[in-house]
Design a binder for this molecule. Structure first.
Ligand SMILES: Nc1ncnc2c1ncn2[C@@H]1O[C@H](COP(=O)(O)OP(=O)(O)O)[C@@H](O)[C@H]1O
Ligand SMILES: [Mg+2]
Length: 423
């Protein structure tokens, strides 16, 4: 049984003093289809330093929540998972490098080729790192360094193997975090006898889930780079030629299928796609699919509930328009589902706000990723917006009450802005 001891908590507090280091999509794809063992080893070292820092920030923040929230049993459970993962990582021994190996790593670091050119994300205000930023990082490994010709010794290879296994275990442990946190918020609401959550809890959850997306992205990416499958146009879980049209088509089919199933329809509302040719860009297909799928389910639900299930042959179609410019690719999803009042827009971004019949939270159903069924968790929009922002994009909703809603999903295509870790 794991226990968060005061000694461990002291270590956590120490690590939480270091700033988190964001990685950009551009850096992530620098590895190419299959990195050399030495390049992979260096990235492992970076993660071995970075992940405990990120986990420590989370434990500390969970620990410093207002007592009435932080003491909820499910929140304590989540905090212990983070602390346990932190402990596993810091207790995993690093390999001892021979002087010779150390110097070959050092000499190659100077190769100027190792870093991508910086392209700022013009839509996001740029934050300058503070002056002593680099000095404050404990060892200061970098995520990507290209080491083609360095031969790795068996201890290094066995280290990378056990590091990958450890972080895969961490990822698995944290699978049920979203449902368990949601459970914790529910406990809190019952405890306070109120149905709304305050702005600071909302902000805390945004930060918390954004950090989770980042940690899972880095772990998923590292494990995919190690194990494969090594597919063409893929770097880990990133597809360098993600075809938006294909992904949208998939999401449309899945969302309509779920809608038909949920409302007992033969034919869900049509979704008409407008896409100028084949647009390909660099993205994580699973993230894109998740966002488009969530938006489509909301639109389908709004249309079906506005017109009723007997209107099946005459539902106004939903439009999905894809546009690509120099900076952004935008997907607009427009429905005639009756819309929302302007005052309702801020509320839809809050966690657990839903107008659908609330769904039972079953820890079972969350075996891998959090994927809500038709509706009823109130997580669809806020989590999708975090996915969009994670790679420098955004999600916005504009509604005409009495008519319908337009959702704008902006995806930034140029930038190599780092993960947004401080919000
Ligand atoms: N296209 C839309 N038209 C009308 N209302 C919407 C639309 N999209 C979202 N909403 C409102 O926002 C709420 C929250 O949406 P979401 O976060 O996806 O959670 P859920 O779908 O589980 O309710 C919905 O319950 C609904 O009331
Ligand atoms: Mg939804």
């Amino acid at each position: 049984m794991f226990k968060l001891t005061p000694q461990l908590y002291d270590k956590i507090k120490h690590f939480a003093r270091f700033p988190q280091t964001g990685v950009s999509l551009r850096q992530m794809v620098m590895f190419g289809q299959k990195p050399s063992p030495a390049t992979f080893f260096k990235a492992s070292q970076f993660l071995h330093e970075e992940l405990p820092i990120r986990l420590a920030h989370r434990v500390k923040e969970l620990d410093e929540l207002p007592r009435s929230l932080g003491d909820m049993p499910s929140i304590v459970k989540v905090k212990n998972w983070y602390a346990q993962s932190f402990q596993e990582l810091i207790e995993l021994p690093s390999p001892v490098l021979s002087t010779e190996l150390k110097s070959s790593f050092r000499n190659q670091t100077k190769s100027p080729k190792s870093f991508p050119q910086s392209t700022p994300n013009l839509a996001v205000p740029q934050v300058k790192p503070s002056k002593n930023y680099h000095q404050s990082v404990p060892i200061g490994h970098r995520y990507f360094n290209n080491y083609e010709n360095i031969e790795c010794t068996p201890p290094i290879l066995s280290y990378t193997e056990s590091f990958v296994k450890t972080i895969e275990g961490v990822k698995r442990r944290h699978d049920p975090v979203v449902t368990t946190m949601a459970q914790g918020i529910m406990e809190y609401k019952q405890h306070r006898k109120s149905s709304m959550i305050d702005a600071d809890v909302q902000q805390f959850l945004d930060r918390f889930y954004m950090s989770r997306i980042g940690i899972r992205m880095l772990i998923g990416q590292h494990s995919a780079l190690y194990r494969g499958p090594f597919m063409r146009n893929y770097v880990g879980v990133i597809c360098t030629r993600t075809n938006i049209k294909d992904i949208a088509q998939d999401a449309i089919a899945n969302a309509r299928f779920i809608c038909e199933d949920y409302y007992g329809l033969f034919k869900a509302p049509e979704v008409k796609m407008f896409c100028p040719g084949d647009i390909e860009f660099m993205y994580v297909p699973s993230h894109l699919n998740h966002m488009v799928f969530e938006l489509l389910k909301n639109s389908l639900r709004a249309v079906v509930e506005r017109f009723g299930p007997d209107y099946e042959d005459d539902y106004p179609p939903i439009k999905l328009v894809i546009a690509h410019g120099k900076e952004d690719i935008t997907i607009k999803i427009s429905d005639e589902g009756g819309g929302l009042p302007r005052s309702g827009i801020p509320v839809v971004w809050t966690y657990m706000y839903t107008t659908a019949q609330a769904q039972e939270l079953e820890p079972e159903f969350n075996k891998s990723e959090f994927k809500a069924p038709m509706a009823g968790f109130g997580y669809g929009l806020p989590i999708s917006r975090l996915y969009a922002r994670y790679f420098g994009g955004d999600l916005k909703l504009i509604s005409m009450e009495g008519y319908g809603t337009d959702a704008y999903l902006h995806l930034n295509r140029l930038s190599n802005s780092d993960e947004p870790l401080i919000m």
